[in-house]
Design a binder for this molecule. Structure first.
Ligand code: PMP
Length: 427
């Protein structure tokens, strides 16, 4: 019996499913979750003292690696001055200045405490700004768990969205239209019918919540064109991609300018932070300047701002993202090569410091339907094989993986050597 197993049993007494966010329970791969105790650089250490090379990175924030000494230092220093004031601080201005400098489509930014809050608030703002109610999202994209965004496609010609969770009122879900990712024709058709009622399109510019699916050429460009043509707000949800696929996010990487952007993960350096912002004309509708209400007791928290600002400073050094992308390439190409050698049908996607692994005969995976067609059973066996070998991958076939600046040659080589042994056993 491992200590993780024992801790999991204890956790389940008073925590639903023993976890504070469902994917952590390993339901997608089976078996007990590994309880983590500490982390450093590219490594995490579990409650039984086992070390793993970590490709989850707290689901994206830990782009510098875990417990970066400079980030920890500013967190400790800032904490000694008090944890929260509920009044403005200079750190918030520095953060806003930095974000608007790195992401030129953002003239103004409001800090919040999670990605969910960021997307929920951006949708409310887009609705308040346009005076419209409908929003468009894409199948397989996740934008946090606000009611309006926990919606799946309704049946066929009936475009009304249906709740994807009990507890989401049908009267809320019906305003959310869900279309296939990477299908710009579906977007054009929907706008041709309903364009004047659509407040916003929200999209992950690289989808990272159905494994990792980059946008096909023309998809993001098409969204920009359609939204501009119909007076709808284009929201890039860069909670995952922001400061990760490039310093300027996916919008910088692909050269597309959204109206609003949502951020999270990296911007907090591991502390609970989110943000949304964009065009001045839209942001000026937000309270206290305008009538759209949004607020937060802990928003702009000084310790979180300090961690985020230091992280943005350290990833802003020239060549940071090029190196990250190069390491991600070494990883995905190395894995693909070893899978091929073992005769395992396998392909990968990657953009900057995020990647996806697919057990499939298909040469490319570009849509939710193609992700769903992959061999989930083989992924589970690969996941557990890698875990046994000391490599911690996302415990689900529907999540992107993340490389950090701390993943050096030694960690990448250890990962590829482990994969070679696991592929040989997968057969
Ligand atoms: N948007 C995207 C693209 C995300 O990946 C996530 C979280 N994985 C969220 C929003 C929600 O963020 P949070 O979990 O911080 O609420």
């Amino acid at each position: 019996m491992t200590r993780s197993h024992d801790l999991f049993l204890q956790a389940q007494r008073h925590i639903p499913g023993g976890v504070n966010s469902p994917v952590r329970a390993f339901r997608g791969v089976g078996g007990d979750p590994v309880f983590l105790e500490r982390a450093e650089g590219a490594w995490v250490v579990d409650a039984d003292g086992r070390r793993y090379v970590d490709y989850v990175g707290s689901w994206g924030p830990m782009i510098l690696g875990h417990a970066h000494p400079e980030v920890i230092r500013v967190v400790q220093e800032t904490a000694t001055h008090g944890l929260s004031f509920g009044a403005p601080t200079e750190l918030e201005t520095r953060m806003a200045d930095r974000v608007c400098e790195l992401v030129p489509s953002m003239d103004m930014v409001r800090m919040v405490n999670s990605g969910t809050e960021a997307t929920m608030s951006a949708i409310r703002l887009a609705r308040g700004f346009t005076g419209r109610e409908k929003i468009v999202k894409f199948e397989g994209c996740y934008h946090g768990h606000a009611d309006a965004l926990l919606v799946k496609a309704g049946s066929g010609a009936l475009t009304l969205g249906v709740p994807s969770s009990p507890g989401v009122p049908a009267s809320v879900a019906e305003h959310t239209l869900t279309l296939p990712y990477n299908d710009i024709e579906a977007v054009r058709e929907t706008f041709a019918r309903l364009g004047a009622e659509i407040a916003a399109v929200i999209v992950e510019p690289v989808a990272g919540n159905m494994n990792c699916i980059p946008p096909l050429p023309g998809f993001l460009e098409g969204l920009r064109e359609v939204c501009s043509g119909h007076g709808s707000v284009l929201i890039f949800d860069e909670v995952m991609t922001g400061f990760r696929v490039a310093l300027g996010g996916a919008q910088g990487h692909y050269g597309i300018t959204p109206d609003l952007t949502t951020l999270g993960k990296v911007i907090g350096g591991g502390m609970p932070v989110g943000a949304f912002g964009g065009r001045r004309e839209i942001m000026e509708h937000l309270a206290p300047l305008g009538p759209v209400y949004q607020a937060g007791t802990l928003s702009g928290n000084p310790v979180a701002m300090a961690a985020g600002l230091k992280t943005l400073e350290l990833i802003g050094v020239p060549g940071f993202h090029a190196t990250l992308a190069e390491r991600t390439r070494t990883l995905t190409e190395g894995l693909a090569e070893r899978a091929r050698a073992a005769g395992i049908p396998f392909t990968t996607n990657r953009v900057g410091g995020m990647f996806g692994l697919f057990f499939t005969e298909a040469a490319a995976v570009n849509s939710y339907a193609e992700v769903m067609a992959c061999d989930a059973e083989r992924f589970k066996r690969f996941f557990h094989g890698m875990l046994d070998e000391g490599v911690y991958l996302a415990p689900s076939a529907f999540e992107a993986g993340f490389v950090s600046a701390a993943h050096g040659e030694a960690e990448l080589e250890a990962t590829l050597a482990a994969a070679e042994r696991v592929f040989a056993r997968l057969g």
